[in-house]
Ligand binder design. Structure first.
Ligand SMILES: NC(=O)c1ccc[n+]([C@@H]2O[C@H](COP(=O)([O-])OP(=O)(O)OC[C@H]3O[C@@H](n4cnc5c(N)ncnc54)[C@H](OP(=O)(O)O)[C@@H]3O)[C@@H](O)[C@H]2O)c1
Length: 327
């Protein structure tokens, strides 16, 4: 069967390195399934991979698109968990999802309800699961403080925290986002600057926040760290500001803060399939009920990839760029 999709042939500017190509699908092995892909978003990691600036790079030529959703159209003879016509999401990194069809291991597929809109289930794995794992264990009534709160991870944190009774302090770069995030369930939203820091400090005067999430770095990360209580933890999971963390000695000595990192791909590749399926099912239920909704800026077809990637690289988006794929 023929596959059509975006192929990366060298790292660099996408204009010079990506093209829409057609090739033959590999023969299905007993432990594999074939998926008719329906949707896949453009995440910052996809853009970083195209540039050749990500923690783990694929061998070239490579298919692209770290996550996505589709319908199972062929099942290997040794598969038992996934059935024909199941709707699935795919473990990030298993296969590029900016294609119309793909063959993946059954163990890289997680079944989801097909009445979740394609654009939502296309984005169900990477950002919501990152949020889910990072706030896991915060007690109801506790706090999470985060920057880049308008990102898909940030919006997921806001909605998951609200559902778990965890209170959130959120920093954003643009004032128009303040009311929008509050509608999503954010308890407090401030601009990510010195005045925002002072306002957040006032809110937390009698509180003991122990978890900060950082996807920016530099001064922004320090503001989050400075709001944490004795023994708190700052988790860095992104570097949108492209500036390193510079940690003052005092935060280590007098506050005993821990600075750690999180990479969802590492969790997804080491966690047992049943455990990942459980988290996927929890997030699916939230998406179905409307308790978790991710914003979309615009959808594109694969042949519009140049415009899609330009849009995805812009600041000030309202939400994700998503490829809607059919046929
Ligand atoms: N470690 C992991 O496992 C993991 C998993 C998922 C995502 N991530 C990382 O998390 C980050 C967010 O990903 P996403 O998909 O949620 O993002 P996204 O939805 O594409 O949104 C990008 C966000 O970054 C903000 N931003 C862009 N440039 C910035 C800068 N120079 N300074 C501060 N903020 C900036 C944007 O702010 P505006 O809204 O104001 O434009 C927006 O909120 C990325 O770095 C991504 O690689 C890591």
């Amino acid at each position: 069967m023929a596959v059509q999709g975006l192929l990366l042939e060298a790292f660099g500017k996408f204009e010079d390195t990506i093209s829409l190509k057609t090739w033959d699908a590999p023969p299905l092995q007993p432990w594999e399934v074939m998926i008719q892909v329906e949707g896949s978003p453009v995440n910052p990691a996809d853009l970083n991979i195209i540039e050749g600036k990500y923690g783990r790079l694929p061998n070239l030529p490579a298919t692209l698109g770290n996550e996505g959703t589709g319908c199972v159209i062929q099942v290997g003879t040794g598969c038992s968990r996934v059935k024909l016509e199941d709707t699935v999401v795919v473990r990030p990194g298993a296969q590029g999802m900016w294609v119309n069809r793909t063959v993946v291991k059954e163990t890289d597929c997680f079944v989801v309800p097909n009445d979740i809109p394609i654009t939502q289930r296309a984005m169900l794995v990477i950002n919501p699961i990152t949020a889910f794992k990072m706030i896991e264990g915060v007690r109801s009534g506790g706090w999470v403080i985060q920057n880049a709160a308008n990102s898909a991870v940030g919006r997921s944190v806001v909605q998951l925290a609200k559902a778990q009774g965890v209170r959130s302090i959120n920093f954003v770069r643009r004032p128009e986002l303040i009311e929008e995030l509050k509608k999503d369930g954010a308890d407090h939203v401030f601009l990510d600057d010195e005045a925002g820091f002072v306002a957040a400090k006032e809110v937390l005067r009698h509180e003991q926040p122990l978890l900060g999430l950082n996807a920016v770095g530099g001064e922004s990360a320090l503001r989050v760290a400075n709001l944490l209580a004795l023994g708190g933890k700052l988790v860095t999971y992104g570097a949108m500001g492209r500036v390193p963390l510079k940690i003052p000695n005092g935060l280590l000595i007098f506050k005993n803060l821990s600075f750690t990192g999180f990479w969802v791909t590492a969790w997804l590749t080491t966690a047992p399939v049943e455990e990942v399926q459980k988290v996927v099912s929890t997030i699916s239920t939230m998406m179905l009920s409307g308790a978790l909704t991710l914003s979309i800026q615009r959808t594109f077809h694969l042949n519009e990839f140049a415009q899609a990637l330009v849009e995805a690289g812009k600041s000030g988006r309202r939400g994700k760029i998503v490829f809607v794929i059919g046929g």
